[in-house]
Design a binder for this molecule. Sequence first.
Ligand SMILES: C[S@@+](CC[C@H](N)C(=O)[O-])C[C@H]1O[C@@H](n2cnc3c(N)ncnc32)[C@H](O)[C@@H]1O
Length: 205
Amino acid sequence: MQAGEPTAWFETLYAGGRRGEINMPWDRAQPLPLLRDWLQAQGPGAERAAIVVGCGLGVDAQFVAAQGFRTTAFDISDTAIRTAQERYPDSPVDYRTADMLHLPPEWQQAFDLVVEIINIQALPVSLRDQAIAAVANLVTAGGTLLAIENMRQDRDPLPNRPPWPFSRDEIESFANHGLHPISIERPEDTARPPRWRAEFTRPIS
Ligand SMILES: C[S@@+](CC[C@H](N)C(=O)[O-])C[C@H]1O[C@@H](n2cnc3c(N)ncnc32)[C@H](O)[C@@H]1O
């Protein structure tokens, strides 16, 4: 990562993948099992509005849409968004290039389901609170945030390069922005390294 460019390196990576110089970053053929299992247990989306943060190449967004959510998905990398659109030409997902740190005002508290998977942990820790606040602020009253991040013990030092895993206090801190925690779990079986799967809701006032 270059100094002063906390997010530009993602586009560089995806562009390198596009040119065939490296494997496409974060390329998965299947939705993340921690998302898939949780979402299938929720029942159908019934045309409610969902947004997938840092959607990369789109596989999770496609899955969310297939569960019946009216789905928006965004990434800071233009190349990632273009590649997702090309991979899924008939997709109902509204793919957008956007920066989670500067989101369109019309997205504020506009989504019944917000999905955040291992994006904030890839940003410098100095931006973590701002990113957590921005993602939490997407959730509408009565809506749900699902956040999945790598986990660290409080005593573990932060690595000197990304990803920077979340402590328990950090994963709980989505609740500092008008959300209430529903569950904060560390599912045993799938993710290596271990990951938090945390669910929050914005209470209806
Ligand atoms: C570690 S990858 C994870 C991708 C995907 N969520 C997954 O689970 O495979 C982080 C993603 O976040 C995107 N990203 C980084 N900074 C961002 C920002 N400020 N706003 C939106 N997306 C961002 C990157 O381009 C990249 O696609």
